[in-house]
Design a protein around this ligand. Structure first.
Ligand code: HEM
Length: 460
């Protein structure tokens, strides 16, 4: 029977202490909560009641069983000023309809088509590298995944246009710190320089995107990219065209408006590159520092590819590459925590969550839990051999979230990470300075604070 009392947790007389500790070292704060208080804890952060949960069954309760008792947390509410009512930020019933409309763009057959772009771009980036060159692998992976998402989204338009969107978006992202400030919603309409710059950058981005949408609507063709899919998507559940005017009007309603297309395109652009880039950046670091895993990966790439570039059809044969990347996602999950705000009283394990409570669950903490991973701090791709994944509870590993809000781009991200790594690691080895360990910076995504500075060595 659920209890009305609060779970245990840190209580300080000094106001703001939890908020300070959370902001100073988020990962340590969450790991400490799990270590000291166990599967569920309670604390207040800047006036907000928070439950922190740390058990696969509790996570399943929030993301699946009682998902309709929650909405997205504050960070994503704030992101609405950039992303509008796109998939990441919208709530039902909008979310349900939008998910139905966007889903076909991520069908397996479509992703295979994007796979060719992924290999082409990775090879193009690799062609600019030379033996002994020093690069920041994190920055390079960011540029690569940004170029790929630009091409797969707006591919049929010129590269200059995809670049234009990328540049306008980068300007805006430079202000993400401002965007995510508490109370920045209220600041936005004030005549402050930062608020003005934000509005200008957003207007610039919108101008480019609406121009592309208009041109594409006018041409009416399926250009094979994500934007075409969004423009052509129709909501079957909203009625079919049987010839009369009313039905035709309804059919028009079945499509997304320009504003919805803009919101979804921007959401995919934003959600679709930094996460994968950080995953790959940490993958390069792990390869550089785990010579046994590196040798294993090279053996597989040489055997399967035999010197040629990979193709999307190679993905199922790259078994070790997938195990290796699974382990990178375990130890360095780019989405390191997700939050939900309760909108009604609901049960959670032995407790009751009152409305207005923020529930936080952390991939980073769960993926380092010794109950599910022996020697959790050791990097060991062999953990993922055979059916190992099926022997763990579902939410002991949830790099892509779960339930109705699970990442829509997981198949895209997997194909991209495998094909990029296969293309580049078959030809290049990276080495870091002996004393280098990446400092983790948990911002919007988990990233290496000072990048991954490496020296490149040609394998052949
Ligand atoms: C390593 C790569 C990625 C990781 C770790 C990741 C992680 C996640 C997670 C954890 C969520 C759920 C957030 C929540 O429950 O609040 C999510 C949602 C989402 N992701 Fe990803 N993602 C990745 C790549 C991508 C890519 C490549 C795309 C698109 C091309 C994408 C698009 C989205 C969208 C649109 C949502 C919102 C889905 C919805 O609510 O219906 N992601 N992602």
């Amino acid at each position: 029977m659920p209890k009305l009392i609060r779970p245990p947790g840190p209580r300080w007389v000094i106001p703001g202490k939890n908020l300070f500790a959370f902001q100073r070292d988020t990962l340590k704060f969450m790991l400490d909560l799990a270590r000291i208080y166990g599967d569920i804890s309670y604390f207040k952060m800047g006036g907000q009641k928070v439950y922190f949960i740390n058990h696969p069954n509790l996570i399943r309760d929030v993301l699946i069983t009682h998902h309709d008792a929650y909405i997205k947390g504050r960070v994503l509410q704030r992101a609405k000023r950039l992303l509008g009512e796109g998939l990441l930020t919208s709530e039902n019933p909008t979310h349900r309809r939008q998910r139905r409309l966007v889903q076909p763009a991520f069908h397996r057959a479509r992703i295979a088509g994007y796979g060719e772009v992924m290999v082409e771009y990775a090879a193009r980036f690799g062609a600019r590298w030379h033996d002994g060159m020093q690069i920041d692998a994190a920055r390079e992976m960011n540029r690569l995944t940004l170029a790929i998402v630009g091409k797969t989204l707006f591919g049929a338009n010129t590269e200059a246009e995809a670049d234009e969107v990328g540049t306008a978006l980068s300007n805006l992202l430079g202000m993400f710190g401002y965007l995510m400030l508490p109370f920045s919603e209220a600041l936005e309409n004030l005549p402050l320089p930062a608020a003005r710059r934000f509005r200008q950058a957003r207007a610039q981005l919108d101008t480019v995107i609406y121009r592309i949408i208009n041109e594409r609507r006018a041409s009416g063709e399926d250009a094979g990219d994500l934007l075409s899919m969004l423009l052509l998507a129709q909501d079957e559940e909203a009625g079919a065209d049987n010839g009369d005017d009313a039905a035709r009007d309804k059919k028009r309603d079945n499509r997304m408006s320009d504003v919805q297309i803009r919101d979804e395109a921007l959401t995919l652009f934003l959600a679709g590159h930094e996460t994968t880039a950080n995953w790959l950046a940490f993958a390069w670091y792990m390869l550089a520092t785990n010579t046994e895993a590196e040798a294993h990966l090279h053996e597989e790439l040489d055997r399967v590819l035999d010197g040629r570039l990979p193709m999307p059809a190679d993905v199922p044969s790259l078994v070790y590459t997938e195990m290796f990347l699974s382990e990178v996602l375990r130890v360095r999950p780019p989405a390191y925590a997700v939050g939900r705000l309760s909108i009604k009283e609901t049960a959670l394990g032995e407790y009751i969550v009152p409305p207005g409570t923020l529930v936080i669950m952390s991939q980073y903490v769960m993926h380092h839990d010794a109950r599910y991973y022996d020697e959790p701090d050791t990097f060991r791709p062999e953990r993922w051999a055979g059916d190992a994944r099926d022997n763990r509870p579902q939410f002991a590993y949830f790099p892509f979230g779960g339930g109705a809000r699970r990442c829509i781009g997981d198949g895209f991200a997997w194909t991209e990470a495998i094909l990029i790594l296969a293309t580049l690691a078959a030809r290049w080895r990276m080495r870091v300075a002996p004393d280098f360990t990446p400092e983790l910076q948990p911002r919007i995504t988990l990233r290496p604070k000072h990048g991954i500075p490496v020296t490149l060595y040609a394998r052949r």
